[in-house]
Design a protein around this ligand. Structure first.
Ligand SMILES: [Mg+2]
Length: 235
């Protein structure tokens, strides 16, 4: 019997990746006198992924990668106005309104009467806390955890810390790599809700998914009915 439902936040409860898409388009526009948009997008993706180990996740890390990409695009002859324009993109991203996805509020309210809901989000602590505070849904959660990485070990640690049995726990998220596969690896139940804007880095190779046991829903609004069906099947 499930007692605790954990939710990912970015692109599961609210929009996030669409903001990065906007920023990438803006950067391509700023750098269009020097490089074509395809080059800029490719270079930025590469730079971003190779910098993850050094900077971690989040907008400020992404901004450093935008500056590095711009420096390469203009062959290191970068002007201060280009850097200022990139910082402007970053500030717009950091101060953007939190846009809840369809069904988020209603689903959380509905489920919070029967389950302990927790939020498990990965990324920069300052950025994630700001979004949580502005989301207007933080009161639905019994517990909120911001983690640097979502690995099986990190999830096990979290369950242990809060005295949650893995067979009483269900994780919901849009990232197979961060929300689903690590939970499957520790013997937990996971519900995958794809989002059209999921970051390419969160999409695992086909062989990593093969044989993994998890359920998939089209949208968050289907979760209460899924939980009800699960309860019936376990009676
Ligand atoms: Mg997510």
């Amino acid at each position: 019997m499930i007692e605790v439902i954990a939710f990912d936040a970015d692109d599961t409860l609210w929009e996030n990746e669409s903001l990065y898409h906007w920023a990438k388009d803006e950067l391509a526009r700023i750098l269009s006198p020097y490089q074509d948009p395809g080059w800029v997008n490719r270079k930025l993706d590469e730079t971003e992924v190779s910098n993850l180990q050094v900077y971690g996740y989040g907008i400020k890390s992404f901004t450093l990668s935008m500056i590095e990409t711009a420096a390469e695009a203009v062959d290191s002859q970068i002007e201060t106005y280009t850097i200022a324009a990139i910082l402007e993109i970053a500030k717009k991203m950091l101060s953007a309104e939190v846009e809840l996805l369809d069904h988020t509020e209603q689903t959380l309210l509905q489920l919070s009467s029967g389950y302990d809901l927790i939020l498990v989000t990965k990324g920069d602590l300052f950025e994630q806390q700001r979004k949580i505070a502005r989301s207007g849904i933080d009161h639905c959660f019994k517990l909120i955890e911001v983690v640097a990485e979502k690995t099986p070990a990190r999830y096990l640690e979290l369950l242990k810390k809060h005295h949650i049995e893995v067979d009483r726990f269900l994780m919901v998220g849009n990232s197979l790599r961060s929300d689903i596969l690590p939970i499957v690896a520790i013997g937990g139940r996971a519900v995958y809700i794809p989002n059209e804007h999921t970051w390419f880095h969160e999409v695992p190779e086909q062989e990593e998914i093969e044989g993994a046991q998890y359920d998939e829903l089209a949208h968050l609004g289907q979760l209460p009915e899924y939980m009800a069906a699960l309860e019936r099947s376990q009676d």
